[in-house]
Design a protein around this ligand. Structure first.
Ligand SMILES: CC(C)(COP(=O)(O)OP(=O)(O)OC[C@H]1O[C@@H](n2cnc3c(N)ncnc32)[C@H](O)[C@@H]1OP(=O)(O)O)[C@@H](O)C(=O)NCCC(=O)NCCS
Length: 170
């Protein structure tokens, strides 16, 4: 089976918080951060498998601290675990107060991407090999998260059966 070290999937991005990026509390708008997270995570997934990828799911995004215009926002992402065609990607968001240098974990998220072949069908990805302590810990705990997602997906499918697609005025 093809293998690839997790480190080859690592991506980093640092951004300023501009006036157009904030909410009415003058802190980074959550939707903006979620777009950054999906963006960087998709690059990690693509670097790991060198295929087209789609986001299959995003686990909860935990916003631990507000991100202010005086902070920089730094995102770090890497593949933590692989199934057959799926890849779990972890994203860590670190804020840095640009005056004091204080750094905090502001948010974390797990996402799952699926690699697709030329016919848009799921295709096998290289097995992810963890090396650092952080990578090993996230890799060892991933199977449990994947099982929870599988069960949640089944629930989401059943839930969708109850929902209507008609317009509210019909
Ligand atoms: C994700 C998608 C490609 C899966 O296709 P599928 O034909 O249902 O494929 P399967 O059921 O065989 O699943 C393929 C893999 O995806 C995983 N998967 C599928 N849905 C998942 C979900 N919601 N969360 C986590 N993993 C998921 C499966 O566990 C499986 O993993 P494995 O190959 O490692 O065992 C398909 O559901 C899809 O295209 N969804 C829309 C994706 C999209 O448009 N994303 C952008 C959102 S705007």
């Amino acid at each position: 089976m093809e293998q690839s070290p997790i480190k080859l999937s690592r991506c980093y991005k640092t951004a300023r918080v501009f006036p157009t990026d904030v909410n009415n509390h003058n802190t980074l708008f959550g939707g903006k951060l979620m777009a950054y997270i999906d963006d960087i995570a998709s690059i990690s997934a693509s670097k790991h498998c060198r295929r087209s990828v789609v986001t299959a799911s995003t686990d909860s995004v935990d916003f631990l601290f507000p991100i202010r215009p005086t902070d920089s926002v730094c995102l770090e992402s890497f593949v933590t675990w692989t199934g057959k065609s799926s890849m779990e990607v972890f994203v860590k968001v670190i804020t840095e107060d640009l005056k004091t240098g204080e750094r905090k974990i502001a948010a974390t998220s797990f996402l799952t991407f699926v690699a697709l072949d030329e016919n848009k069908k799921p295709v096998t990805v290289p097995h992810a090999i963890p090396e650092t302590e952080e990578e090993k810990r996230l890799n060892e705990t991933a199977l449990h998260r994947a099982e929870m997602r599988r069960s949640r997906r089944e629930g989401s499918k059943k839930f969708a059966d109850y929902l209507t697609t008609t317009f509210p005025w019909e």
